[in-house]
Design a protein around this ligand. Sequence first.
Ligand SMILES: Nc1ncnc2c1ncn2[C@@H]1O[C@H](COP(=O)(O)OP(=O)(O)O)[C@@H](O)[C@H]1O
Ligand SMILES: Nc1ccn([C@@H]2O[C@H](COP(=O)(O)OP(=O)(O)O)[C@@H](O)[C@H]2O)c(=O)n1
Ligand SMILES: [Mg+2]
Length: 202
Amino acid sequence: MGTVADSANKEASGSLLANKKVTVVFVLGGPGSGKGTQCANIVQQFGYTHLSAGDLLRAEIKSGSENGTMIQNMIKEGKIVPSEVTIKLLHRAMLESGNDKFLIDGFPRNEENRAAFEAVTKIEPAFVLYFDCPEEEMERRLLGRNQGREDDNIETIRKRFKVFLDSSLPVIEYYNSKGKVHKIDAAKPVEDVFAATKAVFA
Ligand SMILES: Nc1ncnc2c1ncn2[C@@H]1O[C@H](COP(=O)(O)OP(=O)(O)O)[C@@H](O)[C@H]1O
Ligand SMILES: Nc1ccn([C@@H]2O[C@H](COP(=O)(O)OP(=O)(O)O)[C@@H](O)[C@H]2O)c(=O)n1
Ligand SMILES: [Mg+2]
């Protein structure tokens, strides 16, 4: 880690993506707002590759990586894993996909995520989808999600809501100030949310 060769490799792979004219859409919204659900729908109709930062982090825990315990502890506490780790996973998944259109779900979740992704990949998102949903509805959905997730308990959910308000909303505001945010009412039924989402891509 940190050798000249490593940083040269990083540069090379970073420009590989940059040179490819990659399209990135960030899919943001609070925990339980329906990011994953809608991404699955978009992928089917618009040929994007869906990359969920949370799914990649959970896969990294399962793989027995040296960062696994740290990631697991942070997810349990609803905290945001250092960008270095998450960006490495995203970057690798982008290169491995062979695609040039990505829905990046649940990332960037804070200012550090945002700035580091831009610095490493040199990629600016084409636009940002923001699934806006009241907390009480998100809480209901998370408690009923039934995916066996260690962070879908009321104590961690409250922490995740606070992290969303304190750290993630400012990122959405940043992109909003650049005119890049499409805000979608995510409190409606899945089909209605998808109709509104589709309209953004069409
Ligand atoms: N529009 C919706 N109305 C009701 N339930 C929804 C809706 N969208 C998603 N869900 C459900 O809510 C839970 C959280 O959705 P998910 O897509 O995993 O959200 P996120 O990735 O934003 O946390 C899942 O159980 C999903 O089936
Ligand atoms: N960019 C990210 C995304 C997720 N995560 C971690 O992964 C957890 C679950 O993220 P997720 O996107 O799968 O959760 P949902 O919003 O889909 O419910 C977060 O609460 C963070 O602990 C992170 O650290 N950094
Ligand atoms: Mg999700």
